[in-house]
Design a binder for this molecule. Structure first.
Ligand code: F6R
Length: 594
């Protein structure tokens, strides 16, 4: 995690850096800082958010600088641990995103050699190593320092007296924004949208020397040309557009996300990806890997593909798979990652590829690492997602999974037509859920006083319960757990009672009756029940203490409308509890550490 930025040009670096950092806070926000080149290097940092730092700073004069917003890994959030980190002389400053595995050994060596390290961070060894190897050539000193480092070290270095920035990418993203006699560096595209739409994506192992007039990139000691890309996201995409929070804006964007994502898939005459297994005659042995919300999308995908294509699908958490998962060259794998940069997901891609397995990535970020490692990429067209809690990218992933499965569906042509028609209706149905926002907000206010809430669902809505619980816990800090409806009685029943409500997702398929049975059992243990169900199901409504209705829909697509309703529920509970919705404590949007 952590967001890093750099600027070199004619503008005042301070305001560019702080502006770009503000747009990277979704990557980490426990402390932040900037270093600006003036006569020497001026460092300003603190354990505060970017806005507070900006407010506290007097203007600095330089037009070259680097900045950082932190998600702590080594050392608590504090002024001394905030980046930039400097060498002994204060002439070299570094911002870093990643984890240096051998930092303890390097610290000890540097201390023995007379360096004084002030922070608890792993990062601080980098400026000291650059200082150690500096013999008049800044770039060579950085290259030499990086040779000593094991781990992930995407970083930017600045040195007094040098009119250039030296950046390196290893295991987390770094892009260069190309301007007119000015250049930018950032962890991610949204930081730069106000300044340029021309970017270069650096690859692992790249070292870039950036000055106002140009960029030189080397990999493995040899110069290399990295292609320039045009960014299609607009500035407005990364702004709140009148909403109080990015999360609410992103929830409301979902009809548009479904339309844009579908429009792109429909325009292609071919299936968006070939599910046929290597050497096989039809799709088989499909493996889905992902983390967090993307994992929940993968679980929904398992039900979609098993239901339509009638093949067994394994869906695993990427991190678990990386340690214990078995895979053969016959497997075909889908790796789902909205950012395309999650370390656990990328490790899974690498493991799959080493096993000779073909990998299809589903991601929202063009040019992301996942898209470059995978054999084929399916893009969701959600636009930049700024809120830490994923919403619209989750929906985009579901749409990709439906569209992926449909060409292989073992159903008759009438049913296929019906499914495609229903899929095209989804933007309207999601809009109807959004139109019910005031009623959901009202129920949310009544739920906001509880401290423990269970979510249950069955079949294709079991992952919806998991996702509903995840959304609620991450933004409202209420302890929430998602369970398969039939599983709650195997232990968690011990926790039921009048202070532990249960949110039950009821769908109009063969899971309806068993979920209603579970609701009756829960009511008998005095837990208040909030039922999420289709309009018109009066019998089920009678069982409930609270009811949220969604439009009637083919059960295969019910996860789409149900998830949107649960996103709104989580949002309004968190709002009632006055939580920092877009930036929940301890989290970051892009998890680029193991
Ligand atoms: C939760 C959330 C996370 C991410 C997870 C994977 O709202 O956003 O659980 O889903 O960190 O991220 P990606 O999809 O970028 O691999």
């Amino acid at each position: 995690m952590c967001g890093i930025v750099g600027y070199i040009g004619a503008r005042k670096a301070q305001s560019v850096l702080l502006d770009c950092l503000g747009k990277l806070e979704y990557r980490g926000y426990d402390s932040c800082g900037i270093a600006v080149l003036n006569d020497g290097i001026e460092v300003r940092k603190d354990a505060v958010r970017v806005k507070a730092l900006a407010k506290a700073l007097a203007p600095l004069n330089g037009t070259t600088g680097i900045g950082h917003t932190r998600w702590a890994t080594h050392g608590e959030p504090s002024k001394v641990n905030a980046h930039p980190q400097c060498d002994c002389t204060g002439r070299i400053a570094v911002v870093h995103n990643g984890v240096i595995n051998n930092f303890q050994k390097l610290r000890e060596q540097l201390a023995e050699e007379g360096h004084t390290l002030a922070s608890q961070t792993d990062t601080e060894v980098i400026p000291h190593l650059i200082e150690k190897y500096y013999d008049g050539d800044f770039v060579k000193a950085v290259e030499r320092a990086l040779k000593d480092i094991e781990g992930s070290y995407t970083m930017i270095a600045l040195m007094a007296g040098e009119s250039r920035l030296v950046a390196a990418r290893k295991d987390s993203p770094l892009i260069i924004g190309i301007g007119d006699r000015e250049n930018f560096l950032a962890s991610d595209v949204p930081a730069l949208l106000d300044y340029t739409s021309r970017v270069i994506y650096l690859e692992d192992g790249d070292i870039a020397v950036v000055n106002a007039g140009g960029v030189r990139v080397k990999n493995n000691g040899s110069p290399i040309v990295r292609e320039e890309h045009k960014i299609l996201w607009s500035v407005e995409d990364a702004q709140k557009g009148g909403y109080e929070h990015f999360m609410l804006k992103e929830i409301h964007e979902q009809p548009r996300v479904i339309r844009d994502t579908l429009a792109e898939y429909i325009a292609s005459a071919e299936p968006i990806a070939d599910l046929t297994a290597a050497g096989g005659t039809g799709p088989e042995d499909l493996l889905i890997l992902a983390c967090g919300t993307s994992y929940h999308a993968g679980l929904v995908g398992k039900y979609i593909i098993e239901g339509l294509v009638k093949i067994p699908v394994r869906c695993e958490m990427a991190d678990e798979f990386n340690y214990a998962g078995q895979v053969s060259a016959r497997n075909k794998a889908l790796v789902i990652t909205q950012s395309g940069e999650t370390t656990d997901a990328l490790k899974a891609v690498k493991k799959l590829k080493e096993a000779g397995c073909e990998v299809i990535a589903i991601t929202n970020v063009v040019g992301s690492t996942a898209s470059r490692l995978a054999d084929r990429t399916i893009y969701t067209r959600a636009g930049p997602e700024i809120s830490v809690a994923a919403t619209k990218t989750f929906l985009g992933q579901l749409i990709a999974l439906y569209w992926l499965a449909l060409p292989y569906a073992r159903v008759d042509i009438r049913r296929l037509d019906e499914l495609v028609r229903e899929l095209r209706q989804l933007p309207v149905k999601v809009q109807q859920v959004l139109d019910n926002e005031a009623a959901i907000a009202d129920i949310a206010r009544q739920m906001a006083g509880y401290e423990n809430i269970f979510f249950i669902g069955k079949g294709i809505n079991y992952p919806v319960a998991l996702e509903g619980a995840l959304k609620l816990k991450e933004i409202s800090y209420i302890h929430a757990e998602g369970y398969a409806a039939g599983e709650l009685k195997h232990g968690p029943f011990a926790l039921l009672g009048s202070r532990t409500p249960v949110v039950a997702v009821v769908a109009q398929d063969n899971t309806c009756e068993p979920v209603i049975t579970s609701i009756k059992e829960i009511k008998a243990r005095r837990s208040p029940v909030l039922v999420l169900m289709s309009e018109g199901d009066d019998d089920t409504a009678e069982l409930a203490d609270f009811v949220i209705t969604v439009p009637q829909i083919d059960p295969l697509f019910s996860p789409v409308v149900n998830s949107v309703a649960l996103q709104l529920l989580a949002y309004y509970v968190a709002k009632q509890r006055d939580c920092p919705i877009d930036f929940p404590r301890n989290l970051a949007k892009s998890v680029t550490v193991e």
